[in-house]
Design a protein around this ligand. Sequence first.
Ligand code: NAD
Length: 314
Amino acid sequence: MKATVIGNGNIGRVHRAVLQELGHTVVVCDTDQGRRQGGYADWREMLAAEGPDVVHVCTPHYLHADMVAGCLAAGVHVLCEKPLCICRADIARILEAERHAAGMLGVCLQNRFNPSSQAAHAYLRGRHVVSAAAMHSWHRDAAYYATAGWRGKWETEGGGVLINQALHTVDLMQWLAGMPHTVSAQVGQLALGGAIETEDTAALRMCGDALCTLYATTGGGDDFPPVLLFRTKEGDRVELLPDALHVNGEQVPLAAAPAARAKPCYGGSHRLLIEEFYRCIAAGERFPIGGEEGAKSVRIVLAAYESRGKEVLP
Ligand SMILES: NC(=O)c1ccc[n+]([C@@H]2O[C@H](COP(=O)([O-])OP(=O)(O)OC[C@H]3O[C@@H](n4cnc5c(N)ncnc54)[C@H](O)[C@@H]3O)[C@@H](O)[C@H]2O)c1
């Protein structure tokens, strides 16, 4: 298939490498001449000139909604990097575009494809999660935020640790414990005061069928593997890590995972997710993380930003 990648930065390069490995033709679009590699500067021009089968949206957060809605309207399949978008109006706009689209929308929440996440999902299906807790502690300093002008700003990143780094952990929590009915949160800066506008630390309480709590920070000393703990009504204790799953104290054997590409904290599951997206297109099947699924973690994070300690509907 002919694929195009819009945004050839940190993660666009990972998409491109996977696509080449899978034997697809890849055309690049980037406003930065040095990253464009002979491709296009303007994504609309690229769409018209190339007529791709699939577009991968790997640009800064504030650009996702226009690009996703525009590419869906042009009839192509779209795989969008997380977060799907950064405001409620854009969620509605994207879901509307998806409803009328000939192509399929997928959202790149690749940690659902980690063998440990898949095994946790299979184990918890049919059981009742009553409580969950998660910790996501990574290290991002002022130098990291200086690498690209869109980072650390409400208008362009749409938030800080919650909408970016910890979004995967928020998503795994709701995928495994259920979508909360209300969210309350404390969100602020503990580590990076002055270097960014957005939050570097957040504590969330999510009430639904399960009571879930989550602590997220980019003020940690290292990129620790995010950990999620679940308790079920049936008495299980499930402990999920990116590369391991323990159920009631026993390590669960897992399928082999692909090697991590680029930063180890991205994990290796981009390949698994992209392969599955293309398999679904070829087979005419629904990809499991479409617009509504991809919007869930964004809805939770936006509720957390609105909360200021009060209960908010996601
Ligand atoms: N799934 C993951 O694990 C993961 C990991 C890292 C980043 N991401 C996501 O990927 C996206 C990009 O992040 P990044 O770290 O690669 O950012 P980046 O800044 O490294 O790359 C973004 C690229 O987009 C280009 N760009 C900006 N405006 C453009 C436009 N109008 N048209 C075409 N290109 C344009 C920039 O020149 C840059 O090359 C974000 O949504 C981020 O959250 C996901």
